[in-house]
Write a protein of this length. Structure first.
Length: 466
């Protein structure tokens, strides 16, 4: 579906790419169902020396540093080889190409964070086969791809990997929503960092800030010296706190009042990085404990409630109705009448931290928001919109379009450089999520997931695309 809208809105086509990950190899001899077999880990070193094979199936203590996992694939017909591609480092061991925050979506961490990257590599979650989930690393200069981590398959448990975050020389990630781990990108060893009900993870300066067990927790990058900075003042003991860290401040909502949408709403506060000097900000707003709560340094983006005013900018119609995936009304710039002023609008907002400007983004509660390069991206139903910060259409686009994309999972979108990542449910599969990435300025799109064609070399491979 392709529809014109006003010159303020841009929607990006998220057409289905037909590229398949070629990082798996079909078993040739073992066809008996249920037969156990193990994949071996292969390593590629900078000097092209012989690769080291790691012993498979060994149990590791939770706190022990281990090599990138070799996995027991009792429930799969494909082998996965782990690789160790070379990464440029400085003499002190730090990465020569650290993440560039301005080239990553500010809201990636609250959009699932199944992808991240820098100027050298991209890192993203893929599903090479049923019961398998891996972290893949792709060289932006050569197009070579490498599997660098795989969760161990278990019967009846399809694992989850998300919260991919580059920090120092590590790639942090969350496994099964209960454990934070990190991969040392200089030797690809894996270390357990934190266990618990982890809802957010934000590295900032020399610390990690976690949403954990209804609290905001600060700890060292290795998980040590945890300190609870704030705990939700709510009778419900399992409360998610929406927060972000920006300009040496922690911004958060205090989830107290439950509304009819199931979210807990509260006032918005800032506090110092040690938890002191709690101060209310943006008194005209209340924020729900939604996944979307982040800052670009100048503005706060959140899902909440505010009164409609004459100077409030509207990107979409506050009375927007969505029937399935079809919009039945669009914002008319002449509709903002005095009769509407003073009513409470619930939806996604961008509010300047000094309170000087408020923008209503959209009302669709099941959508999401992300920001990069001064452009706001948001999802509603199965449609993705983008608009420039000053009402100017995002650069490199010639027209205003609306494109429909089937089955975006959780409506979440991640922005990594010139690429947009999202997970979608394959209508031809059994409800499995697949990872798609799409270039923001071209028609190039790639699906990186299973089923992978047999006979391809695992560990090191490239993606193909139409």
């Amino acid at each position: 579906m392709k529809r014109k809208i006003s010159s303020v809105l841009l929607v990006m086509a998220l057409a289905s790419g037909l590229a398949l990950c070629a990082g798996c190899k079909k078993k040739s001899d073992e066809t008996e169902k249920g037969k156990e077999w193990e994949a071996e880990a292969s390593a590629e070193s900078v000097s092209s020396e012989e690769t080291d094979k790691e012993t498979a199936g060994s149990e590791k203590k939770a706190s022990e540093k281990t090599a990138a996992t070799t996995v027991d694939l009792n429930y799969s017909d494909y082998e996965i080889n782990m690789a160790k591609p070379p990464v440029a480092t400085n003499p002190d061991g730090s990465l020569k190409n650290p993440p560039q925050p301005e080239r990553l979506g500010y809201g990636n961490f609250c959009n699932g964070a199944i992808a991240t990257g820098n100027s050298e590599y991209q890192y993203y979650v893929v599903h090479p086969d049923k019961h398998l989930i891996c972290i893949e690393m792709e060289s932006l200069s050569t197009g070579q791809c490498y599997f660098i981590y795989s969760a161990k398959p278990e019967k009846g448990n399809d694992h989850e990997l998300d919260m991919l975050t580059l920090y120092d020389k590590y790639l942090y990630f969350r496994e099964d929503q209960t454990e934070i781990k990190r991969i040392d990108l200089t030797d690809y060893s894996v270390e357990d960092v934190v266990e618990g009900n982890i809802t957010r993870m934000i590295p900032y300066e020399d610390s990690l800030y976690l949403g954990q067990d209804s609290s905001i927790v600060k700890c060292d990058p290795d998980g040590s010296n945890p300190k609870v900075l704030y705990t939700a003042q709510n009778k419900n003991q399992d409360v998610e706190i929406s927060f972000c860290v920006s300009d040496d401040k922690i911004l958060f909502s205090d989830p107290k009042e439950e509304k009819d949408d199931g979210l807990l709403y509260g006032k918005i506060y800032s506090m110092d990085l040690n938890g002191s000097n709690k101060t209310e900000i943006l008194p005209e707003a209340t924020a729900g404990n939604d996944k979307v709560f982040f800052s670009d340094g100048k503005n706060l983006y959140f899902y909440g409630e505010m009164k409609q005013t004459a100077d409030m900018k509207l990107l979409t119609d506050p009375d927007l109705e969505v029937d399935g995936i079809s919009f039945t009304s669009y914002y008319d710039p002449h509709k903002n009448k005095e009769d509407d002023y003073g009513r409470i609008l619930r939806g996604f907002y961008r509010v300047a931290l000094d309170g000087s400007e408020t923008t209503f983004i959209q009302a669709y509660p099941a959508g999401s928001v992300n920001v990069i390069d001064g452009a706001i991206f948001w999802t509603a139903a199965n449609i993705i919109f983008a608009v420039g910060e000053d009402g100017v259409i995002c650069k490199n686009y010639d027209e205003d379009h609306i494109f429909e994309v089937d089955n975006i999972e959780n409506r979440e979108i991640m922005l990594v450089g010139d690429w947009l990542f999202y997970s979608y449910i394959d209508p031809e599969g059994n409800g499995e999520g697949r990872t798609m990435k799409r270039h923001l300025t071209t028609e190039f799109a790639v699906v990186m997931d299973w089923p992978a064609p047999p006979g391809k070399q695992a560990g090191k491979h490239t993606h193909e695309s139409n």
